[in-house]
Ligand binder design. Structure first.
Ligand code: DLZ
Length: 157
């Protein structure tokens, strides 16, 4: 398993750029809201801990992960230094899982290729709710924390 020997949230804070001048948009999918809320909290807390001003952290909700592409695209056109796309796709009985997961990954990749504002991929694609819980504040850390650190590093780049 990719994360078997690595907590997602362990990092050296001294290696993360200061965020005092940064503006970050967090686009949050409302599907599996308990999970995406925990990811949002992890990301926001981490941004604040690296001095991004509260007033410079904006939340934009969208109905589902598929809409993260449009939401992130609109945020790119505003005055933000980075966008974090937060979602959670969980395997169901149909093939929705693969269509949505692939579309969101490809869509966010395209946004990164076509704009100078980075969009960070904070979308869990899990087989079970338990796996998502483990990665949103459970035993595997919080992917929102990792996304926030990634955003700060990409802005600095
Ligand atoms: C329809 C759907 C399904 C079945 N599963 C999920 C999911 O696990 N996670 C998620 O974020 N969104 C899901 N959606 C909703 C789609 O992302 C999208 O909102 C709708 O298809 C409307 O475009």
């Amino acid at each position: 398993m990719a994360t078997a020997d690595k907590s997602l949230s362990k990092y050296d804070p001294s290696q993360v750029p200061d965020g005092a001048d940064y503006r970050v948009a967090l686009v949050v999918s409302e599907w599996n809201i308990k999970i995406t809320e925990a990811l949002f909290q992890g990301a926001k807390t981490t941004l604040l801990s690296h001095n991004v001003p509260d007033k410079n952290i904006i939340r934009i909700n969208v109905p589902g992960s598929f809409e993260l592409i449009y939401g992130a695209s609109r945020a790119q056109q505003m005055d933000f230094d980075a966008v974090i796309a937060i979602g959670c796709v969980i395997q169901g009985e149909t093939r929705h899982f693969e269509f949505i997961s692939n579309a969101v990954a490809q869509g966010i990749k395209d946004l990164n290729v076509n704009s100078t504002t980075p969009v960070i991929f904070c979308v869990l694609t899990d087989e079970t709710l338990e796996q998502s819980e483990a990665r949103s504040g459970g035993e595997k850390g919080n992917k929102g924390v990792e996304a926030a650190v990634t955003a700060l590093r990409m802005i600095w780049l």
